[in-house]
Design a protein around this ligand. Structure first.
Ligand SMILES: Cc1ncc(C[n+]2csc(CCOP(=O)(O)OP(=O)(O)O)c2C)c(N)n1
Length: 277
């Protein structure tokens, strides 16, 4: 954990959004909507909460982060580039052959990626293994997962949730980016309210629903659970907006996996630089 103020984190979140959009624009491919909805929590984790060392990505005692909704990797790559895991210019190689920044996170190619993801539903199981391993080895590291609300339709999520409770993994913190939209192949889908905090609570998680774009609420929540050694895994459901920070991308499933053209990119960056409204 680093002592970083709210205003500094908000500035970082602006840089994160700008970087992710720059990558996607340069590649002319990628997923802006879900990257922007996850941006604020990912910022708080990488710039304040997690015990990590960019110079030693394999450090045994590091906190782990698993982007289970791996398609929004531009936001995680932005954190890795801005924290210095790789040179910042790497952002211009998104999705290129040989780049550490593949279309979905690849742990063999990119320093700082703890597990390869992209096939939705699998990441939580990986975090359960990591958290259980930590407990068995008497390690104090914590494990953070980021899931999508659409992803929670995968049965494997709930099998993993049961294991997390059975093994009393209070070193596991699960975030669900509940932006209310997903896309299934070519079918756009408005997600029904799944009452995810109630579902995770029914399985035995300690749960809370917060505004996923309020840095104040995010930091307060992370402060509140940091020392909670009560035998319960945690789940924080985030009220978020897909495309948050760019007016024409907000609440729009169209921007799930589409890159902005030159004009759209310039307008998007202009808006992002102005901060969240
Ligand atoms: C197992 C699997 N099925 C389908 C997909 C294709 N897919 C990629 S993103 C996505 C929608 C995800 O929605 P959500 O989890 O809500 O993420 P977000 O809206 O935050 O992008 C789907 C179905 C996939 N990556 N993995």
């Amino acid at each position: 954990m680093k002592d970083v103020g709210i205003e500094e984190l908000k500035q970082k979140a602006i840089e994160m959004r700008k970087t992710a959009l720059t990558m996607i624009h340069k590649a002319q491919a990628g997923h802006p909507g879900g990257s922007l909805s996850a941006a604020d929590v990912v910022t708080a984790l990488y710039f304040k909460e997690m015990n990590i060392d960019p110079n030693n990505p394999q450090w045994e005692d590091r906190d782990r982060f698993v982007l289970s909704k791996g398609h929004v990797c531009p936001i995680q790559y932005s954190a890795l580039a801005l924290r210095g895991y790789v040179p910042y210019d790497t952002i211009y190689t998104l999705r290129e052959f040989g780049s550490p920044f593949q279309g979905h996170p690849d742990m063999k190619k990119c320093p700082g990626i703890d597990i390869s993801t992209g096939s939705l539903g699998q990441g939580l199981s990986c975090t359960v293994g990591m958290a259980l391993g930590g407990k068995r080895d008497s390690k104090t590291y914590r494990v953070f997962a980021m899931l999508g609300d659409g992803e929670c339709q995968e049965g494997q999520i709930w099998e993993a949730a049961q294991s997390a409770v059975k093994y009393q993994l209070d070193n596991l913190v699960v975030f669900v980016d509940d932006n209310g939209l997903q896309i299934d192949g070519t079918t756009e889908e408005i997600m029904p309210n799944q009452d995810l905090e109630k579902k995770f609570a029914a399985f035995g998680f300690e749960t809370k629903r917060i505004n996923g774009h309020s840095m104040e609420e995010i930091v307060e929540t992370l402060d509140g659970i940091r020392e909670a050694k009560n035998g319960k895994p945690k789940c924080i459901v985030l009220n978020t907006v897909k495309g948050k920070g760019v007016s024409f991308m907000e609440h729009s499933v169209t921007w799930h996996g589409v890159a902005p053209n030159d004009g759209e990119f310039l307008k998007a960056v202009e808006e992002v630089v102005g901060g969240l409204k």
